[in-house]
Design a protein around this ligand. Sequence first.
Ligand SMILES: C[S@@+](CC[C@H](N)C(=O)[O-])C[C@H]1O[C@@H](n2cnc3c(N)ncnc32)[C@H](O)[C@@H]1O
Length: 279
Amino acid sequence: MNAAGARLEAAGIARADARVLMAHAFGPDMPRHALSERLAQPLPPETAHRFEEAIAARLSRQPVSQIIGARLFWKDSFRVTRDTLDPRPETETLIAAALEAPFTRLLDLGTGTGCILISLLKSMPGAQGVGTDLSPEALEVARGNGVDLGVDPRARWIASDWLAQVTGEFDLIVSNPPYIAADEMAGLSPDVRDWEPHLALSPGGDGLEPYRVMARDAGAHLTPGGRLMFEIGPTQAAAVSAELSAHGFERIEIRPDLDGRDRVVLAYKPMDTGARARG
Ligand SMILES: C[S@@+](CC[C@H](N)C(=O)[O-])C[C@H]1O[C@@H](n2cnc3c(N)ncnc32)[C@H](O)[C@@H]1O
């Protein structure tokens, strides 16, 4: 394992990944804390083979989560594939903000692995939720995660281009859409750019189009006083806030992630839009 760690390091990849990949090579019953003891014995040939394959995949820059097929997010382990974004720690800022107030009907637009919808439903046992995605493959992963993590009866998964196929009203709408601008894609690390689904990373153009569409369409599916919450890129707070304001949302707030970068925009639908329209 040390030699493999050195090969990773020489390629500019974290040496510690070798340990995670070795635990994976042993199979799901090998707890990471027992690894050192197990490595004192000779490696079974099939384990050595699986480990070598995993190291080769990592050297080709495939993310660890895709190689082992899982990623820890909030309180659970989510299945991850090449069709889903690898859930990011900064997205937990959105989870924390959403849990500041109760909700009963939740909509998650662009659900990927389902990590946002499922984490929120698990934390709010009385709530029901709908997760949407344009990718049928991602929706299948989300559905499977929902079953494995026990929210199945409370979650519904639908294929939709943002809100196009959504029906009904919700008191909380959340989304972590693709937000990387087209001209920023080349600067991403190869682990992300070459392996994660393009649909999950960038909508093209200035990266803001999904926010424009959702700010335009979400109000029709929010209860009066309902919350709309977006994850954003750190430079997008002003543009996204302006878009929400232009569509009548109020009490717009920005929340930073643990690194202090703007990460979540939160806004409310006014309590009585009818009164406002009547003037
Ligand atoms: C940044 S990923 C977020 C995934 C997951 N919610 C998370 O936070 O890990 C964006 C997701 O939006 C989906 N997506 C992209 N364009 C979409 C569209 N027009 N309508 C619905 N979903 C879309 C992608 O397939 C992807 O799953």
